[in-house]
Design a binder for this molecule. Structure first.
Ligand code: LIP
Length: 240
């Protein structure tokens, strides 16, 4: 697998998508679906189409949040979230990004997460380290929960019992942050801005790029399927 050229292709695609989202930042946005706590806007689809066009030359399958595609244990695929943190983008909050991963089965070989609002591009490829813009990043070395920051999201469809347990588990951390972007939460663990990211009920495209980033930055990425396509994830600095 050509990691170098594919990483370059993912960075170019993420930057082009970022320009497009910045251009449209202050425009009225058309909502396509509002279902439970999820929101989908027309720009999600337009942005995924733009990324698909950019990645076409790599001749690799594409699996994206908006248009689906192929993902399986014996296929190499791009996994694309055109806007992670759509609700934030919609309301003008800058915690949102583009996330592009290259997956070989469930192994994340390349991860690119681009916060176009702050022009921060997090990127990693297997065996070559993780970077924020051009500076190498590492996970934190905090090993005491009472000194550590947890990033998480409120569980969307859980029973009252498990929501109470979720709240109880928060009490042990020094700080809790809910950004509304799984991908950025992973990138922040990889760059040592926080120490642990855990969330239940998210999709592969939300965290696929984060796996490579966190692992290459020296951390640990654990995830398991909890239903057809939703995952429970735990990404950490490996010391907690
Ligand atoms: C969002 C995630 C967020 C999670 C939301 C949603 P989207 O992704 O990144 O962390 O809590 O449920 O899945 O829909 O903006 O791509």
């Amino acid at each position: 697998m050509d990691l170098k050229n594919n990483l370059e292709a993912a960075i170019v695609a993420a930057r082009k998508a970022g320009e497009f989202l910045i251009e449209n930042k202050n425009q009225t946005k058309k909502v396509l679906v509002e279902h439970g706590r999820d929101i989908k806007i027309e720009l999600d689809r337009e942005c995924e189409n733009l990324i698909r066009d950019e990645l076409k030359s790599t001749q690799i399958e594409i699996y994206g949040e908006e248009f689906g595609g192929v993902i399986s244990s014996d296929v190499i695929s791009w996994v694309v979230d055109p806007i992670d943190g759509t609700a934030n983008y919609f309301r003008g909050i800058d915690q949102c990004c583009i996330s592009i991963a290259l997956m070989e089965g469930m192994k994340s070989k390349i991860g690119v997460i681009y916060n176009f609002n702050t022009d921060e591009i997090f990127h990693a490829s297997s065996g070559n380290g993780a970077f924020l813009n051009e500076k190498e990043i590492r996970v934190s070395d905090i090993s005491d929960v009472s000194k550590a920051s947890l990033f998480t999201g409120f569980p969307a469809s859980e029973s009252i019992e498990s929501q109470s347990l979720f709240l109880k588990n928060l009490a042990v951390w020094k700080k809790i942050r809910m950004f509304g972007s799984a991908a950025l939460s992973c990138a922040y663990v990889a760059s040592g801005k926080g120490d642990y990211y855990a969330e239940k009920g998210i999709y592969l495209w939300d965290f696929a790029a984060g796996i490579c980033l966190v692992e290459e930055a020296g951390g640990k990425a654990e995830f398991s399927l909890i239903d057809d396509d939703r995952y429970s994830v735990k990404f950490s600095n490996g010391k907690l």
